[in-house]
Write a protein that binds this ligand. Structure first.
Ligand code: HSE
Length: 296
């Protein structure tokens, strides 16, 4: 196999209560990555915000994975996932490359190994090798990343609205401002919600999933980066969302709701950002599949 084209989903990490542990793949937006065997690693980036993406294979998350696997390829990334948005834009190329190169060069890595390899690629962007974006990109659905294990579930008909404001948040900075310790009371609260989230995902229970997104401490601190956060959250709940939280380290906010409520909730959230003089775009989506081969 000399050529492969893949579709790599955006992802949303944390879901509030599962900091660095939970993640979901989203049906939209996504990146398309085209890979061809070559003499050396070469990267071309096109599509949204492509001029901000480093082309040096040592700095690009896709290039880092290709170097790690010692696989010289020409990589063309057509970007659809907004950059620095909390939707896994740096994880997608890393996950995509780990998956595609494993197929193309018949490397024989397991899915769990691919997650670890992709997390090394993403480390260059965020400073730490957390796998809560790369794992759902590879597995699809809802994933729990715990130690070196990945547990995945396939919830169905969970409406997701991801509203991305025109605010850039650096994951590195959004991690640096977090406290190193939480109180027992806060840990207990977050653990209760994380446990409830898993049950919600197993039962496709939209109300339980939404209510379980509430997080103590982390969300409150990070919300200071997102102008209009409180208004947007309130507007989503008033429009029928069962829960709202920051996607990954932000700036996107995701709401969980019934599939038929998504448009109304997206409009309410965008209006609330507009009222705070913040431009935004909405992705009306659902929990989706992992990486798919579309050619090759
Ligand atoms: N779990 C990570 C964080 C995800 O919240 O910092 C970053 O995309």
């Amino acid at each position: 196999m000399d050529h492969l084209k893949i579709k790599v989903p955006a992802t949303s990490a944390n879901l509030g209560s599962g900091f660095d542990v939970f993640g979901i793949a989203l049906e939209t937006p996504f990146d398309i990555i085209d890979i061809e065997k070559s003499e050396k690693i070469e990267i071309i980036v096109q599509g949204r915000e492509s001029h901000f993406v480093p082309l040096d294979p040592k700095k690009n998350t896709a290039g880092i994975v290709a170097s790690l696997l010692k696989t010289p390829v020409k990589i063309t990334i057509s970007r659809g996932i907004p950059l620095s948005s909390g939707l896994g834009s740096s994880a997608a190329p890393a996950a995509g490359m780990a998956f595609a190169l494993n197929e193309m060069f018949a490397l024989g890595h397991t899915m769990e190994e691919l997650v670890q390899i992709a997390a090394q690629g993403e480390k260059s962007a965020s400073g730490t090798a957390h796998a809560d974006n790369v794992a759902p990109a590879i597995y699809g659905g809802f994933v729990i990343v715990h130690k070196d294990k990945i547990i995945s579930l396939r919830p169905e008909n969970v409406g997701i609205v991801a509203v991305h404001p025109d605010i850039i948040v650096s994951t590195r900075e959004a991690r640096e401002i977090l406290p190193k310790k939480l109180s027992l009371e806060d840990i207990s609260f977050n653990t209760g919600n994380a446990a409830s989230m898993v049950v919600g995902m197993m039962k496709n229970d939209i109300q339980l999933i939404g209510e379980s997104m509430e997080n103590r401490v982390i969300e409150e601190i990070r919300s200071t980066f997102i102008k209009g956060y409180a208004d947007v959250k309130k507007s989503a709940i008033s429009a029928g969302a069962s829960g709202v939280t920051i996607s990954g380290s932000g700036s996107t906010l995701i709401a969980v709701c019934r599939m038929d409520e998504r448009k109304r909730i997206a409009d309410a959230m965008m209006n609330a950002f507009t009222n705070n003089s913040v431009k935004s775009e909405a992705f009306i989506t659902t929990i989706g599949k992992g990486i798919e081969i579309i050619e090759g």
